[in-house]
Design a protein around this ligand. Structure first.
Ligand code: SF4
Length: 436
């Protein structure tokens, strides 16, 4: 596969003065380069209070200062010698990258912190590496041209890069992390656009990664404007975790550009209420005001959000920042994520604990993305206890039973009369003993 690798990316960055650098920078170096300042960052980020606000609010500063080494992490988090050894072992197989912003959300004194679990490597990633698959969804076999996956008739997936600002430990595409950072070059992007031009049934294009918003706004616009020139492309969807791990990226320049090419939808990935901050709320607000609806696709993770309380708090928080809870994914069967996976029953019980107890808008659809590209299957508690042609016995969220007449056939007077007669006769023979 032909890519622009990190060095080329940096060169392009220099020319455009806007691309992110590779993952080599450490916190130590940047701190040495930074002039001392008394200007404090935001109040809830005490460990980064030495960072001037202009840097803290600059998404490129965060990219340059991602925490990618054990030594870098140890500056902020107490790590025993054993923990450091383990971390090094894991990082050699599955790299680490955490934006200072995302690390600032971690309670450094709590080893069970839900943000920490998503960002800081765990020894189980290698200890349980015998379980799972590198590519459980069989994405690699479905590329029609490099970077373009066409699995369903009316939609395609464009993968523009393998770079992400923070590497999530539960990522389905962990297998890509070894490839060292690439973005598609103009020739590859043109080949993707050409394929879409020639396939007139493609009406929906999903731009994903890696995280596509790691590209400069200028380069992103080249892709999006190319898509918009194709008449049969109706909607564009962007998959990005930037609103969660680096909301400073959602700046006016990006939002102005996106508003020129709608309809564009953005699917993001909040997993815990602690990720909802004034900065992430402001990022989502900017997107929505630019005409970009924001949906959330969270992943069910052991010890992070695997309870009714955690999911309810998350979904309530999302609604408050105008983000719609869309999907709750069962964590895919990815090698190196087994310690974060939950039994399927956990997800069903969570939905059962939410449905009816809060507004339907706040209840996501729980789905399993089937292995080998079988697609998404929604799972939910069984509310139908019995069913005949004439009626159903349904259970509500409180466990009360209800009889519901099942209409059948065209509504004529004689049908309705006969139906009532049949129902009355059956009820006389075997009356239900349920509430109404
Ligand atoms: S942002 Fe998405 S693609 Fe990137 S590491 Fe996280 S889960 Fe994986």
């Amino acid at each position: 596969m032909k890519h622009l690798h990190t060095a080329a990316l940096q060169e392009d960055a220099r020319l455009a003065e806007e691309e992110p650098p590779g993952a080599g920078a450490s916190m130590v170096k940047e701190e040495e380069d930074e002039p001392p300042s008394t200007k404090l960052a935001l109040d809830h980020q005490p460990i980064f209070s030495h960072v001037p606000a202009e840097n803290w609010n600059d998404w490129k500063w965060h990219l340059r200062n991602r925490i990618v080494t054990v030594e870098g992490l140890a500056q902020y988090m107490l790590l025993s010698a054993k923990e450091q050894r383990h971390l090094k072992m894991v990082i050699s197989k599955y790299p680490m990258s955490i934006t200072p912003y995302y690390l600032s959300l971690v309670d450094m004194h709590d080893p069970e912190d839900p943000v920490r679990k998503q960002a800081v490597p765990a020894i189980e990633e290698v200890a349980l590496a015998g379980i799972g698959f590198d590519d459980p969804l069989a994405e690699e076999g479905c590329s029609v041209v490099p970077g373009l996956v066409h699995r369903y008739p009316d939609r395609v997936l464009m993968v523009l890069t393998d770079l992400c600002p923070t590497l999530c430990r539960h990522c389905t595409r962990k297998r890509e992390w070894h490839h060292g950072g690439w973005v598609r070059n103009p020739g590859e992007i043109e080949a993707m656009l050409d394929y879409i031009r020639r396939n007139k049934n493609v009406r929906d294009v999903i731009i994903s990664g890696g995280d596509p918003l790691i590209l400069s706004t200028r380069r992103l616009e080249q892709v999006i404007s190319g898509l918009r020139r194709i008449d049969h492309v109706e909607i564009i969807r962007i998959g990005s975790r930037f609103p969660v791990v680096l909301p400073q990226r959602i700046d006016d320049e990006l939002c102005d550009m996106l508003s020129d090419y709608g309809p564009i939808w953005l699917n993001t990935h909040f997993n815990h209420v602690n990720e909802i901050t004034p900065e992430s709320a402001s990022a989502c607000d900017r997107l929505v005001r630019s005409g970009v609806p924001v949906n959330n696709q969270s992943v069910l993770l052991r010890g992070v959000n695997d309870s009714v309380k955690a999911q309810t708090e998350l979904c309530h928080g999302l609604l408050k920042i105008k983000v719609r809870p869309y999907y709750l994914y069962q964590c895919d069967e990815v090698r190196g994520t087994e310690h974060l996976r939950t039994p399927v029953e956990t997800g069903i019980k969570i939905i059962e604990g939410m449905r009816g107890h809060t507004s339907g808008l706040g209840v996501p659809t729980f789905v399993i993305d089937l292995p080998q590209g079988g697609g998404k299957v929604p799972l939910q508690p069984d509310y139908v206890l019995a069913q005949t042609e004439e009626k159903l016995i349904l259970r509500n969220y409180e466990g009360r039973l209800f009889r519901y007449r099942n209409p059948s056939g065209p509504r004529t007077r004689s049908n309705a009369h006969n139906g009532r007669k049949r129902a009355a006769a059956k009820q006389k023979a075997a009356p239900f003993t349920v509430g109404s």
